[in-house]
Design a protein around this ligand. Structure first.
Ligand SMILES: [Zn+2]
Length: 281
C-alpha cells in the first residue's frame, strides 16, 4: 500500500466500523428494548434505548422531537412521549439521515408531525444507497418519511416560548448533520456530531469527514457557554461542555497523530498499532 492510499484506507476502516455497528444495531431485539426517560430541564427530556437518543421538548404549544429512532421503536417512543405530555407532537427535527435517527419518520408524518432537516437529509433519504463495506443497502424512503421543511445553513423555530436554532456546521458525520440550540433553556442537542464521549466516526460515502467532525465540534463549543447542557445522540442523556471539550480534544489528537503517521510514510497496519499503543483507540 503506498502512502497515498493509507489515509483513505484508514477512513474506510472507520466507515467499516460504523457499517458493522449499524448492522449490529439491526440485530437488536426491539421487543425487549425498554425506553429510559430522563428529565434534563423543565420541559426537556431524553429518551434512550434502541437507536439514537430522542430529545423531547414539551410545552403549551405541543411537543417537538429531535430524531425519531428506528421505525420498530415508534410505538415505544409514542408511549414514552404520552407519559410526558398529552399535547400533540407538532415538529420533528432530524439531525441526520441514518435509520437510528429517522426510522420513525413515516409514522410520525402519519400523525401530522412536520419534519424538518437540512436539505441533504431529504436527498439521502429519497435516494437510499447500495450495500457498502458489509453494511446492508439502505432502501429509498417513502415520500411520507421525507422532511417537508428543509434548509441550507440554518433555520429558526419559535415554539413553546423558545427560540430554537437548527444549525448546519458543514459536512461532518454525514453531509447533512445539524445540531439544535434551544436558547432560553440553554440546551444543545447534537445527534451524531461529536459529543457522545465515544470514538468519533464519519460516514464517508454519505459525505462525512473526520476533519468536518472537528469543525462541527468547534461550532458546538462556540455556540455553547459554560452552563450549556449538551444532549448527545448516543451514550449519555446529558453531558457538560467540559465533556464536549474533552471529546473535541481527543478527536483532534487522533486526527493529528494519524496525519503525522501518514506523512511519515507509515502503513495502515503500523498506524493502527501506534494508535493502540498511544491509547487513542
Ligand atoms: Zn446515530
Amino acid at each position: 500500500m503506498n502512502r497515498r492510499t493509507i489515509l483513505p484506507g484508514l477512513l474506510v476502516l472507520m466507515i467499516t466500523c460504523i457499517a458493522w455497528s449499524i448492522q449490529a444495531q439491526e440485530n437488536i431485539d426491539f421487543d425487549k428494548v425498554v425506553i429510559k426517560t430522563t428529565k434534563v430541564a423543565d420541559g426537556f427530556y431524553v429518551l434512550e434505548g434502541g437507536g439514537g437518543n430522542v430529545t423531547v421538548f414539551a410545552g403549551s404549544d405541543g411537543v417537538l422531537l429531535v430524531d425519531s429512532q428506528y421505525g420498530e421503536m415508534h410505538q415505544k417512543v409514542m408511549d414514552a412521549v404520552a407519559k410526558i405530555s398529552t399535547q400533540p407532537i407538532r415538529f420533528l427535527i432530524n439531525t441526520h439521515f441514518h435509520a437510528d435517527h429517522t426510522g420513525g419518520n413515516e409514522f410520525m408524518a402519519k400523525h401530522g408531525v412536520i419534519i424538518v432537516a437540512q436539505e441533504n437529509v431529504r436527498k439521502r433519504l429519497s435516494a437510499g444507497r447500495p450495500a457498502i463495506n458489509g453494511a446492508p443497502a439502505i432502501t429509498p424512503s417513502p415520500k411520507e418519511a421525507l422532511p417537508v421543511v428543509t434548509f441550507n445553513d440554518s433555520l429558526t423555530l419559535h415554539f413553546n416560548g423558545e427560540e430554537i436554532s437548527v444549525i448546519y456546521p458543514g459536512p461532518a458525520s454525514t453531509d447533512g448533520d445539524s445540531f439544535i440550540y434551544f436558547h432560553r433553556a440553554n440546551i444543545i442537542s447534537t445527534g451524531d456530531l461529536p459529543a457522545a464521549l465515544r470514538y468519533v466516526a464519519a460516514d464517508l460515502p454519505a459525505g462525512g469527514t473526520i476533519n468536518g467532525q472537528v469543525v462541527a465540534s468547534e461550532r458546538i463549543l462556540k455556540t455553547a457557554n459554560p452552563t450549556t447542557k449538551i444532549l448527545p445522540g448516543h451514550g449519555m442523556p446529558v453531558i457538560t461542555v467540559k465533556d464536549a471539550q474533552d471529546q473535541h480534544d481527543m478527536l483532534v489528537a487522533l486526527r493529528d497523530r494519524v496525519l503525522s503517521a501518514v506523512r511519515a510514510g507509515k502503513t495502515l497496519g503500523e498506524i493502527g498499532h501506534q494508535s493502540l499503543r498511544a491509547g487513542i483507540r
